[in-house]
Write a protein that binds this ligand. Structure first.
Ligand code: PA5
Length: 445
């Protein structure tokens, strides 16, 4: 079962800090549970792991089986919350090299998360001679990056399979009633899945947004939801510091108030890289507003010990680390003995890679703490779908608590609009003419 441990925190925070936070956390907890806080219309994710649309869940599994049967590849088109969760789970549970592996399930390509022509052309080239389907995901149905990408992949499907054939290969995940994508899907007769009204993008990985691509990759989505439901029960029933989400939310809030505005999430497993990206979006968009919020950064150890390690050990003391430990690896590999011992490594002969990794973990923990960087440890049960379901819900719940501790709305993202307005104006979108002239002048054009 997931747990949160604090390492020598008494050296960094005056104790006991928890007592004063109990009323604040209890209030945040109550507001999450009954949706009465700011942004409460977007707390559908709180009860989602048990209270979800079972008929749609069955349709997701059926669609995944159909895609597995008729496609060698699935192109998943989406950005931000309509992208990172699925990518994080697939990378973590199926490997970052998933597409390179021999397997019975389709390759999964993530598109529409940027505006690179080269990235788009590369995937179009990789799809030559490959039967594929498309899952286009956009809650608003109007986001530029996925909309542009979808034009290309829809055109490719229609060229290859005809309009009727393409219709059988397009799956749209969007709002139940509104938006350009919903209107298009209805007009064209594509199968649709719903992003619930009360679940925002970055909290949507356990809806069809994440579940369809994750199921296509062969992950057990019942186990994923089951793990999330276990953590949901734990968070709902344990309104105290016995709840790991309370411990995590409290310590990061206190560290922030004690002059540490940067949180680095670290993991010693390269497969966790996109879960780190998912976490950064979750916390960055939820907390970073009104001039407040921890800046979420991430590192992948041990690789980044040879790059960012210097700064963490020795640079500006304005950060703390949260280390996710995923437990034993799926494979046990032992260092071979070498008779000549030319590299002097025989002192490790017979030791497992996990043994060496765990000593690196301990050595890093001690070094960074001694270097003045507080460490929080999130012990995940392991690296199964159930464990990841627990971890996802844990981070989401702690994020909701954290937002309310900071007195911000953890469920909106007004800051994301600024670049969009400028981009639309510069692209000449109708309605933005005045702004275009103003921006062109600023760019000296
Ligand atoms: O968390 C969020 O709400 C955002 O990151 C969105 O997921 C992202 O902007 C994509 O939006 P949409 O799904 O409407 O295309």
């Amino acid at each position: 079962m997931l747990d949160v441990k604090l390492f020598q925190m008494e050296n960094f925070l005056s104790q006991p800090y928890e007592d004063t936070l109990v009323p604040l956390l209890k209030s945040a907890h109550d507001r999450l549970q009954d949706g009465s806080g700011v942004g409460g219309d977007f707390t559908g994710w709180v009860h989602l792991p048990r209270d979800y649309d079972k008929a749609e869940f069955a349709r997701i599994k059926a669609a995944a089986a159909r895609i597995q049967g008729n496609s060698q590849a699935l192109v998943v088109i989406g950005i931000g919350g309509s992208y990172l969760g699925a990518r994080g789970v697939i990378d973590c549970l199926c490997s970052p090299n998933y597409n390179l592996k021999k397997k019975k399930t389709p390759n999964v390509y993530f598109m529409g998360n940027g505006l690179s022509a080269d990235a788009m052309q590369e995937v179009l080239d990789l799809l030559e001679g490959v039967d594929f389907s498309v899952n286009v995901i956009s809650k608003s149905g109007t986001t530029t990056e996925p909309a542009v990408a979808f034009r290309f992949f829809r055109a490719e499907l229609e060229k290859r399979y005809g309009k009727a054939g393409a219709k059988e290969r397009i799956y749209a995940t969007t709002d139940k009633a509104r938006g350009a994508l919903k209107s298009l899907a209805t007009a064209e007769g594509w199968e649709t899945f719903v992003v619930p009204d009360d679940v925002g993008g970055r909290y949507s990985v356990l809806t069809a947004v994440g579940l369809l691509p994750i199921a296509v990759a062969g992950v057990d989505i019942d186990a994923l939801m089951g793990g999330a439901a276990e953590m949901m029960d734990r968070c709902a029933d344990t309104a105290s510091f016995d709840c790991p989400a309370w411990r995590y939310a409290a310590v990061r809030y206190e560290l922030y108030r004690a002059g540490r505005p940067i949180e680095i999430l670290a993991c010693f497993d390269p497969a966790f890289r996109f879960m780190l990206e998912w976490w950064k979006q979750l916390y960055g968009e939820s907390e970073g507003k009104d001039g407040k919020g921890l800046f979420p950064a991430s590192v992948e150890f041990t690789a980044d010990l040879h790059s960012m390690g210097q700064y963490i050990q020795d640079g500006c003391r304005n950060m703390f680390e949260t280390v996710v430990r995923l437990g034993a690896s799926g494979h046990q590999l032992y260092v071979p003995r070498d008779e000549t011992d030319g590299d002097g490594l025989n002192f490790l002969a017979g030791e497992s890679m996990d043994f060496i990794r765990d000593r690196a973990m301990e050595g890093t923990l001690l070094a960074h703490t001694e270097g003045g960087v507080p460490n929080v440890i999130v012990e995940a049960g392991g690296k199964t779908a159930r464990d990841l379901g627990q971890l996802i819900y844990f981070f989401e719940y702690a994020c909701g608590l954290s937002g309310y501790l900071l007195e911000v709305n953890p469920f909106d993202q007004p800051g994301v609009e600024a670049y969009k307005k400028n981009m639309f104006a510069l692209l000449g979108k109708p309605g933005y003419e005045d702004r275009k002239a103003e921006l062109e002048a600023k760019l000296n054009r």
